[in-house]
Ligand binder design. Structure first.
Ligand SMILES: C[S@@+](CC[C@H](N)C(=O)[O-])C[C@H]1O[C@@H](n2cnc3c(N)ncnc32)[C@H](O)[C@@H]1O
Length: 748
């Protein structure tokens, strides 16, 4: 949602799980007056719920929002981790009392498929002080860091579920940052991944946001689920340019068509009054004009999505606002302008989700006296147009804000309204639309070509002024809390923070670094990203990577690219799928304001003195290349060697017992892959195979995974953080006199 002044007033949210637990609101709850006459009279007049539920709704809005999270990642990984929560954490949290009060353990959100989403209510103090919850907290923090858990508001998990994405779908997420829904879309695209290997889906998730800073948050987020099928762009969704793709013609030639999408998510900027349980500034500053002012942008974004959708394709339009002007009015206007679309009856889907139907009547209301905050309802557009309201106010609202004459024919009751009192959640709106008629001709030889050209030529002055263009309009949105290290991500230089942009740190020839607005004049600020350049499949560096890791000839070597204009394999090599490759090859990266594509698989590793630098496989890249690795060249480890590798950075080969000692000593210096079969070591058990990258130096060998991933693995296996970083952390805590976070490792 776009930040309104109400949200600007709310305190800066932090990057920690416990910062949003119930108790941190206690002070605020006492200070904030959680009453707003204008809010109440507006929504009571709209009859959004029966009169006798009104107090229930308000009371729920006054309660802190429960903490919710989703077990993420591929289906197999998620199922395994979910079992750990269910069978290990929940029982250990089942009999916890804190300061004389019993605290309930997390419970599964009933409507979320396969029980993969959870919610719990626990105060910050209990989370920090109760040993049981503290351990659970560590588990959540590390698993979130490595992408296995996504902290996300319950209702925000809904839109991707209704989109029903499959691995071959071309999916567009029009307003995607900070990216919690994009992560869900990617997971659906990767439904065929296994615990150890990532599939290369034929489809695509194109995640877009008009706010450049926020696209970097999105990239940071989605790096947790590396995908060769992801692209991130930074454009105004209401004016998204056509993407050109070649298609085969009957006479054996090719022609350029516009890429059309199977699934589009329009999680549009909105006034966000459904988030009042966490964004308490809204209580004070809420105004009817917040939603009124966004209606036109919302319609234009939905309209653009409709233009980009294939026949039988599906759009989910969603907001975290209760306001019909931002919801049913937008959907009605879009349906009346696009007769080939209809609302889908999704009542059989997610049967446990308590929902209310969309509205079929509403009365837009405008503020006629800002000083005295006086609202005036206008039952019809004509009454508003002929009223004494001043012209600038009249210009803000179009006829489409009012219910259309054919309102009863549009099936608006098929929309979903979610209210906080129904199932202890935030407020939310979802509409599912499908194109039933024929899609417009996507050939770029006709109308489309003109459209594409027109899109490029919209003069700057005529473009919508995006609320998000304002300098402080970032990072305080509905789902911002999912970014655990948001402050770092925001303040850091974009290129350094962007895992897809490491090569940006290298000097770039001036002529090739694009500055200022791109041709289409979209997106805010300058566009400084480097272009992606494909390596030739016989590039010597690529060939040496493939040889080193014994990749077979099925490896899509022609889909490997680097991020520098000269096309040199300087530092990182990325992999994209065929569709992303086609898009990159046929569209100007600058025109698309392409901020990220694919996933990094190999990275340069400086070797010791006298030795030549080599490329190594990255932790996030390994699941992608694993299906192409000759199994005979994968080393075999065991639970004991794994523990040693977790405990120290670069243990000497002589530290290990046989047989791993011999394996490590025999390995040539450089990048290797080790397979750890399921096993047991004392109380620690590995229930499924693990495959990890290592680097063999002259006489030592080290695990090449991010230190947070290492801590998460340690916590998962041994119930404590045995890594060097974890030990240091505990030593510091002991020095300060605070109890250490973990219990003693089960030895073995
Ligand atoms: C509700 S938030 C999206 C939340 C996101 N879908 C998620 O689940 O993490 C709305 C987003 O729309 C973006 N936005 C605002 N105007 C836009 C426009 N014209 N085109 C594209 N994005 C826009 C904002 O920057 C904001 O990130």
């Amino acid at each position: 949602m776009t930040r309104t002044k109400a949200q600007s007033a709310r305190p800066k949210e932090g990057d920690r799980w416990d910062e949003k637990m119930s108790e941190d609101r206690t002070d605020l709850i006492e200070k904030v007056d959680m009453n707003n006459e204008r809010f109440s009279s507006y929504y009571q007049a709209q009859k959004i719920i029966p009169e006798d539920e009104w107090e229930l709704l308000l009371d729920s809005f006054r309660q802190p929002l429960p903490t919710t999270f989703r077990v993420a990642g591929s289906r197999q990984t998620a199922t395994t981790l979910n079992a750990t929560i269910k069978d290990h954490h929940v029982p250990s949290l089942s009999n916890v009392t804190f300061e004389g009060q019993r605290i309930s353990p997390p419970v599964q959100i009933p409507w979320y498929p396969d029980g993969l989403a959870w919610q719990f209510n626990v105060s910050k103090k209990a989370l920090r002080k109760s040993p049981e919850f503290k351990k659970f907290h560590s588990f959540l923090v590390y698993e979130t860091e490595v992408g296995n858990i996504s902290r996300q508001e319950g209702v925000s998990m809904l839109p991707p579920l209704f989109l029903e994405v499959e691995p071959h779908h071309k999916v567009m997420d029009m307003c995607a940052a900070p990216g919690s829904k994009t992560a869900q879309l990617l997971e659906a695209l990767h439904a065929n991944d296994t615990i150890t290997s990532t599939s290369i889906p034929t489809g695509l998730v194109l995640a877009n946001d008009s706010d450049n800073k926020r696209t970097h948050l999105l990239i940071h987020q989605s790096a947790r689920l590396p995908s060769p099928a992801l692209m991130v762009t930074n454009l105004d969704a209401s004016n998204y340019p056509g993407i050109k793709v070649p298609v085969a013609t009957q006479d054996g030639g090719t022609r350029m068509d516009q890429l059309m999408f199977d699934r589009i998510l329009c999680d549009v900027p909105c006034s966000g009054d459904g988030t009042m349980r966490k964004n308490m500034g809204i209580w004070k500053l809420w105004s009817t004009m917040d939603g009124n002012g966004l209606h036109s942008l919302q319609v234009r974004i939905l309209q653009r999505a409709m233009n980009l959708l294939v026949k039988d394709g599906r759009i989910v339009y969603s907001t975290c606002s209760l306001n019909p002007v931002e919801n049913e009015a937008v959907v009605s206007e879009a349906l009346n302008n696009n007769h080939d679309f209809e609302l889908v009856d999704v009542s059989p889907k997610l049967p446990s989700l308590k929902r209310r139907p969309g509205l079929t009547s509403w009365i837009p209301t405008v503020i006629i006296d800002k000083v005295n905050k006086i609202d005036m309802p206008f039952p019809t557009y004509e009454q508003f147009k002929t009223s004494d309201s001043d012209q600038p106010l009249k210009d803000k609202m179009s006829k489409g804000c009012w219910p259309p004459e054919n309102v009863d024919k549009l099936n608006l009751t098929r929309c979903l309204r979610i209210y906080p009192h129904l199932q202890d959640s935030g407020g939310f709106f979802v509409a599912v639309l499908e194109r039933k008629g024929k899609a417009p001709d996507s050939s770029l030889t006709s109308e489309r070509k003109r459209e594409a050209n027109e899109l490029e030529e919209v003069p700057e002055a005529k473009k919508p002024r995006l609320v998000d263009d304002e300098p402080d309009e970032t990072a305080m949105e509905e789902d911002t809390e999912v970014i655990l290290d948001e402050s770092k991500a925001e303040s850091a230089d974009a290129s350094a923070e962007n895992p897809h942009s490491e090569d940006n740190m290298k000097p770039t020839p001036k002529t090739l670094t694009k500055k200022g607005k791109n041709k289409s004049g979209q997106g805010g600020g300058s566009f400084k990203e480097n272009p992606y350049t494909f390596l030739s499949p016989d590039d010597p560096i690529l060939l040496s990577c493939m040889k080193r890791l014994n990749l077979n000839t099925d490896f899509p070597a022609s889909n490997v690219l680097v991020r520098n204009p000269a096309g040199d394999a300087v530092r990182s090599l990325y992999l994209v799928n065929d569709l992303v490759k086609t898009i990159i090859q046929h569209n100007d990266y600058d025109h698309l304001r392409l901020n990220a594509a694919g996933t990094k698989v190999f990275s340069k590793q400086e070797a010791g003195k006298g030795a030549e630098a080599q490329f190594r496989v990255l932790g996030e890249g390994l699941p992608i290349i694993l299906p192409y690795v000759d199994p005979a060249t994968i080393l075999t480890g065991d639970m004991e060697s794994l523990k040693t590798l977790i405990e120290s950075y670069y243990p000497l080969c002589t530290t290990f017992n046989e047989p791993f000692r011999g394996t490590a000593e025999a390995g040539a210096p450089g990048s290797h892959i080790v397979r750890f079969p399921p096993g047991q070591l004392g109380a620690a058990s590995l229930n499924h195979e693990l495959v990890l990258p290592v680097w063999k130096a002259k006489s030592s060998i080290g695990l090449m995974i991010d230190k947070k991933a290492k801590s998460a693995l340690s916590l998962r296996l041994y119930d404590e953080d045995l890594t060097t970083a974890g030990n240091l952390k505990n030593a510091e805590k002991q020095k300060k006199g605070t109890p250490v976070e973990s219990v003693k490792a089960p030895e073995g």
